[in-house]
Design a protein around this ligand. Structure first.
Ligand code: FPP
Length: 226
């Protein structure tokens, strides 16, 4: 969800105003998913690297998260959206954990729509944590090293039941993966737009989907004859 800072800078506003406007794009994206029938939405809201940002920006973002969760909790229920978090939840401030855990638990009964927030998330951290879990299984004798494969490796990622993303949208023209879902994005289609995240609303979402629908996905195979 890149470009919040630049959106604010252009208007000579503090960066947090860009994040606030960005949180409106979050609710717009959730609504668009429901409208277009997209069952899984994973948002990169805070990376492990983001802890190096100025303290006031971090606390502003944490407050914004709590306010957002409280404000839109009812809407998640109304639309039967299940909320989950991927990342090092244990790094998050206590009040953020409490607010999130309540909604995670209360929405755990929903199966159709899924909102996954990547918080204190890093793709490399996730892969290392999967290795730690697998090592424990090997040490306990539950798994043989020669039996490790892509499927049972992926079972040890943060949210193993979530299908790999079909589409990765990156706003503000950045051409990087920035440590996001390194394992899961192997065959995802990338859509990069110059639009800043606070301006990324339904029309922009639709444009991304339209472009995605014209992609030819071969998964490394030869295109089949029509
Ligand atoms: C990156 O833009 C954005 C973030 C690090 C934070 C994203 C957070 C939100 C959109 C709001 C809170 C989230 C939820 C789920 C309610 P940037 O700050 O790096 O922008 P820049 O590249 O223009 O500086």
């Amino acid at each position: 969800m890149d470009g919040n800072g630049r959106w604010a800078k252009k208007r000579m506003l503090p960066r947090i105003k860009g994040h606030e406007q960005g949180s409106q794009s979050v609710i717009s994206a959730i609504r668009s998913c429901k409208k277009f029938g997209i069952k899984y939405l994973t948002l990169y809201a805070f990376s492990v690297e983001n802890w190096a940002r100025p303290k006031d920006e971090i606390s502003g973002l944490m407050n914004l998260l709590i306010r957002f969760i409280k404000k839109y909790e009812k809407e998640l229920h109304a639309n039967k959206v299940r909320l989950r978090v991927l990342g090092r939840m244990e790094d998050m401030p206590e009040d953020v954990q409490v607010a999130l855990n309540k909604v995670i638990e209360d929405t755990s009964c929903y199966t159709e729509y899924n909102l996954n927030l990547a918080l204190s998330y890093g793709g490399r951290t996730e892969i290392v944590s999967a290795c730690t879990k697998i090592s424990r299984k090997v040490l306990s004798g539950a798994l043989k090293p020669e039996d490790i494969n892509e499927n049972n490796f992926a079972d040890n990622l943060y949210l193993p039941d979530i299908p790999d993303p079909d589409l990765m949208i990156r706003t503000s023209g950045e051409m990087r993966i920035s440590n996001f879902l390194l394992w899961q994005l192997s065959y995802a289609e990338f859509y990069i737009t110059d639009v800043l995240w606070p301006d990324f609303r339904e029309k922009e979402f639709y444009k991304a989907l339209l472009e995605y629908s014209n992609r030819d996905r071969r998964f490394g195979k030869v295109q089949s004859e029509q």
